[in-house]
Design a protein around this ligand. Structure first.
Ligand SMILES: *[C@@H]1O[C@H](CO)[C@@H](O)[C@H](O)[C@H]1NC(C)=O
Ligand SMILES: *[C@@H]1O[C@H](CO)[C@@H](O)[C@H](O)[C@H]1NC(C)=O
Length: 142
């Protein structure tokens, strides 16, 4: 007997539940600058993407852009504000299953000086805490 593949059989062989491969989340973003959160997934059929922020589904708007590609999706906010801080969850789903991943974004207020102010602050900080002892770096230098 000659072996032949029926299309639906081929589908069964290749079908796979979605799996998140990578999620790119900036841990810190300066207020007013661009915030991009991205996730990438595999799956067959190609999974759909949905985004949640602090448990609420994110919808496209003037401010929030959601760009879906075949293998990834990204959320983009051109001018991030402090209230855009929070937990961003990417949910991928196809008929075989779903997967999700969450990352935390912290949008930092520029209220206390960006540019020169921040540089001055970092220059003067060691002097006020005494000589550097070679311990852990101040968190603002991470
Ligand atoms: C984000 O998740 C962390 C860790 O689960 C939690 O402690 C924090 O309260 C969450 N933040 C918000 C705004 O829900
Ligand atoms: C993410 O996955 C966990 C564990 O499977 C599940 O409990 C949770 O409800 C999922 N979250 C979303 C937003 O789908």
């Amino acid at each position: 007997m000659i072996c032949s593949f029926h299309p639906s059989l081929l589908f069964v062989f290749l079908a796979a539940a979605p799996q998140l491969k990578q999620m790119t989340v900036p841990t810190r973003v300066d207020e007013g600058s661009k915030l991009t959160v991205k996730c990438e997934a595999t799956g067959n059929p190609l999974p759909t993407y949905r985004w949640f922020k602090d448990g609420n589904e994110l919808k496209k708007s003037k401010k929030v852009r959601i760009k879906n590609g075949q293998k990834n999706s990204r959320v983009q906010i051109n001018r991030a504000r402090v209230e855009d801080s929070g937990n961003y969850t990417c949910v991928v789903e196809n008929l075989l299953g779903k997967d999700n991943s969450t990352g935390t974004v912290h949008v930092q207020s520029s209220e206390y000086g960006d540019g020169e102010g921040a540089v001055l602050l970092s220059l003067y900080t060691p002097a006020t805490v005494g000589p550097l002892t070679g311990g852990t770096a101040p968190s603002m230098w991470r």
